[in-house]
Design a protein around this ligand. Sequence first.
Ligand code: AMP
Length: 126
Amino acid sequence: MPYTYDDQNIFAKILRGEIPSSMVVETEHSFAFNDISEQAPHHVLVIPKGAYVCYDHFAAQATDAEIVDYTRTIGAVCKQLGLEPGAGGAGYRLIANSGAHAVQEVPHLHVHILGGRPLGRMLQQV
Ligand code: AMP
């Protein structure tokens, strides 16, 4: 089933400048800003400017230029925050919640970059 993008979601409003955000980086195709409810000392959300609901939607429909820009922007934010393990940083976690089981709250693709403290195991043990 094809995705239907809701242009009234909160990240679409941030991209249109209708509500404020704490910008970290902006590029031609991507936008990064601090999460309003940070779960770690560093908690940045990176979104594509295009209308993509979640990661697989983006992977299937985005242009090569958008994908390259988005991937590089995520890396650039990790570098800007000093989190890169290869440069002496303590590391980070990327999360892209998609759909119901992942409890995606905002239906516009976003990758969470989390770091600045030990983050524990990947998933809660059930
Ligand atoms: P998810 O559960 O992966 O969809 O995460 C959505 C994230 O968006 C949550 O971590 C929220 O804290 C964050 N969020 C919601 N509204 C805003 C906002 N206006 N500015 C920044 N982050 C937001």
